[in-house]
Design a protein around this ligand. Structure first.
Ligand code: NG1
Ligand code: ZN
Length: 548
């Protein structure tokens, strides 16, 4: 009862906006920052309840990622460090849209009862709250804290400005009983990076041109964090631009812009031709690479699919070395189950390449939560969206086996190729973020693998040639009219539309096309692929007309 009156009182200070319907989409709530105060406050309460339910630390992140600076958003990092459990999403939707304090508090009480949420903390609970560099973040963070502390017994811990993956990493680390400050994060990344550098094959010294990297920080939080991290690293020659000191967040810069428009971001140009470049998004959970072309603002894009391919190749190679067992006496080796997870947006050439490497490739619907979930089913699961969000997950079982194996190898064959392979894999498990896709850790892994292979960005890019593709979005009144199946590759509604799409596809050799409702914008997205750019454009345009 005391709890009820606290909630009534505090929620009356956060009236919901009129006439706005919000939904916990692909990546939490997103909207114009001016309407989010009440939503963020309410998500603070949700996070606090989640913390009591799981009796663990939960995260709350205020960001709208690659969207424009006047937008903002809020999402919850679950106790594992991953996305909020999907069965709580409907509750998130209903509380965000409750029209008044009474109905809001009633929803909370009903949910607490239904979910059997203990209203006291037995184990370590608490909410880590973070935000990106958006100016609106400061007051939204206060609203989140108010929400959290209106649940008796749960405290909000203000982590300040962070990248989204840093916050997820911290939640995961806390719940594993590990140290989880920002410095711990930087120490783990730089330490494991150093370890991989020490294990580079002899003689793989690439020339100066190949070692230089220029990073586009999207005028967001990623650039400034990378500057700190860079000071802790040796063996990398990095020039960080668009780190937010001037220039507008995500405007003409960043991974989303570079990947969708396929042009150079601001402050890159002809002087950078031939040099390896990377681009982060506004909250640094996406990473793409590119190189500038001479006499043009176009780029050679090296997208998430190619990062995935590079990672897959490296891991596969280390597993192969590890499994080169000379005698039967050595214990039976572990057939690590390595798999990759993509969405329908993955370039068809990448999927063909990965399959040709003998890898198991799984498609899921768009949204990190789906990819992550699938990847977690493997011993080693690598997932990436084409837009550059992805990571590598290692199962606990595999990590234990690897630790054991590398202990034994250090006794029996210290310095052997096998021991090195084991140590490399161990370092990768620490370098690459196990909670969520992380542009900073991904960048370090790409860099060290390129040095390992002795490759330039061009050699990497030539692993396979992307099929020309086109992505369009069509503004519609009701995007829910489109319903998809089979990992979004088939539209089952409106009736008959898939047959019409198929008829278009049939006109183009190696044509592939699908439509789906966006989870973050009021649009239907159209994706098309074909053997020429012109054909891909035509196919996308004619299917867009079917949707309109
Ligand atoms: P929607 O708007 O559902 O397509 C976009 C991206 C997703 C994901 C989310 C969250 C594409 C085609 N879609 O989702 O991959 O990153 O935003 O940020 O890039
Ligand atoms: Zn992002």
């Amino acid at each position: 009862e005391r709890q009820r009156s606290i909630l009534l009182k505090s929620s009356s200070r956060f009236p919901p906006p009129q006439g706005v319907r919000l939904s916990y989409g692909t990546a939490g709530f997103r909207a114009d920052a001016s309407v989010l105060q009440s939503t963020v406050y309410r998500v603070g309460i949700l996070a606090a309840l989640r913390s009591l339910k799981t009796q663990s630390v939960i995260g709350l992140m205020i960001t709208a990622s690659h969207n424009k600076v006047s937008d903002n958003g809020v999402k919850v990092a679950d106790s594992s460090g991953g996305m909020l459990a999907q069965d709580w999403e409907p509750f998130a939707d209903s509380i965000a849209n409750a029209p008044d304090p009474q109905s809001f508090v009633q929803l909370i009480c009903d949910f607490v009862k239904k979910e059997n949420i203990p209203l006291e903390a037995v184990k370590t609970t608490g909410i880590l709250v973070g935000r990106d560099t958006r100016p609106s973040g400061e007051s939204l963070l206060e609203a989140a804290k108010e929400g959290v502390s209106s649940i008796v017994g749960v405290v909000a811990i203000d982590m300040g400005i962070l990248t989204t993956p840093q916050l997820h990493w911290m939640v995961r680390a806390r719940n594993k009983g590990m140290e989880a400050s920002e410095l711990d994060y930087f120490n783990q990344l730089s330490g494991s990076f150093r370890c991989l550098m020490d294990l580079l094959p002899q003689g793989n010294k690439t020339n100066e041109m190949h070692t230089k990297l220029i990073v586009d920080g999207s005028n967001g939080v990623g650039g400034e964090k990378l500057e700190i991290l860079m000071k802790m690293l040796t063996g990398l020659n990095m020039d960080i631009r668009n780190s937010g000191k001037e220039g507008v967040l995500n405007e003409g810069v960043g991974a989303d812009y570079v990947q969708k428009e396929k042009v150079v971001p601001c402050s890159f140009g002809s002087a950078d031709v031939g040099i390896r470049c990377a681009s982060l998004d506004g909250d640094a959970d996406r990473l793409v690479y590119f190189s500038c072309l001479a006499n043009s603002n176009k780029i050679d894009l090296v997208d998430g699919d190619k990062i995935l391919s590079l990672f897959a190749l490296f891991i596969k190679e280390q597993l192969r070395i590890l499994n080169e067992v000379e005698t039967e006496k050595v214990e039976k080796y572990h057939q690590a189950h390595l798999g990759v997870v993509q969405t329908a947006y993955a370039n068809g050439a990448s999927t063909a390449y990965l399959k040709q490497l003998g890898l198991e490739v799984i498609l899921t619907p768009t949204g990190v939560k789906y990819l992550h979930e699938k990847a977690a089913e493997f011993d080693i699961g690598i997932y990436f969206e084409a837009n550059g969000h992805g990571t590598i997950l290692f199962s606990e079982h595999f990590i234990r086996w690897l630790e054991d194996r590398s202990d034994k190898l250090s006794l029996t064959s210290k310095g052997s190729e096998q021991q090195k392979a084991a140590l490399r894999l161990m370092a990768v498990t620490k370098l690459i973020n196990q909670a969520v896709g992380d542009a900073l850790s991904g960048l370090l892994l790409v860099e060290v693998i390129l040095q390992h292979m002795g490759w330039s960005i061009h050699q990497w890019n030539e692993l396979y040639e992307d099929l020309p593709s086109r992505q369009l979005k069509v503004k519609v009144l009701d995007r829910t009219a489109v319903v998809t199946a089979n990992a979004e590759t088939v539209a089952v509604k409106p009736l008959g539309i898939q047959e019409a799409i198929n008829a278009e596809i049939a006109k183009y050799p190696r044509g592939r096309c699908f439509i789906r409702p966006s989870g973050t914008e009021d649009v239907i997205r159209v994706y098309a692929e074909a053997i020429t750019q012109e054909a891909a454009d035509d196919l996308a345009n004619s299917v867009a007309r079917l949707v309109d």
